[in-house]
Design a protein around this ligand. Sequence first.
Ligand code: IYR
Length: 232
Amino acid sequence: MTTNDSPPGSSYAAPDGEHPREPLVPYRPGQDSGDAARSFYETIKKRRTVRMFSDRAVPRGVIEDVIRAAGTAPSGANKQPWRFVAISDPEMKHRIRLAAEEEERAFYERRASERWLDDLKPFGTNPDKSFLDDVPWIVVVFAMKTTDDGGQVYYLNESVGIATGMLLTAAHMAGLATVTHTPSPMGFLKEVLERPDHERPYMLIPMGYPSEDATVPKIGKKPLDEIAVFVD
Ligand code: IYR
């Protein structure tokens, strides 16, 4: 029998063959859930995809904590099948820019359908990715097809998607702007960054302070009644 009176953080004695358990350390927002949920919504709704960055430095420690936050994401069987490569080296950022722009030129000139280009018009995007030079950090998220020692991973896309969402949220909470950049195909990132075969480039996320004169497209989010169905 396990006991229920161990101090928080200590592990329960586990019977033979069972994995140890520990008491949950609950998060208590310090206000009622209604106020906490509303206040978080007011904060997160200010997150925007930003393509105009300041060259103001962001200390490495900030990026480390943003990545630590992403690393707390849930994942299939807790395999944590992600790797975050954080780049501030100007030469490496420039190499990534040149390679990304090459793919993007092919996308805008040949690969994208007319409909896709039409859907992108409000965003004013084009093959110019100068933000990759301007931004202090680029975080490249890799999805791991196996663990480092060749073990199985589960729900890979779901797991990495959640961790990436948490990375974007953590950056926002630290006052940093991001853009979810998905040059397609992204294979060049694996070569430029010399990553092993079991890592697949998932998303490229420039991270930094927005420029003073940054603008974003005037777009909205769907209201609750379009995104939610309540059965209550
Ligand atoms: N990857 C291209 C095109 C692009 C595609 C989508 I879907 C966007 O939401 C935005 C851009 C680019 O980054 O320019």
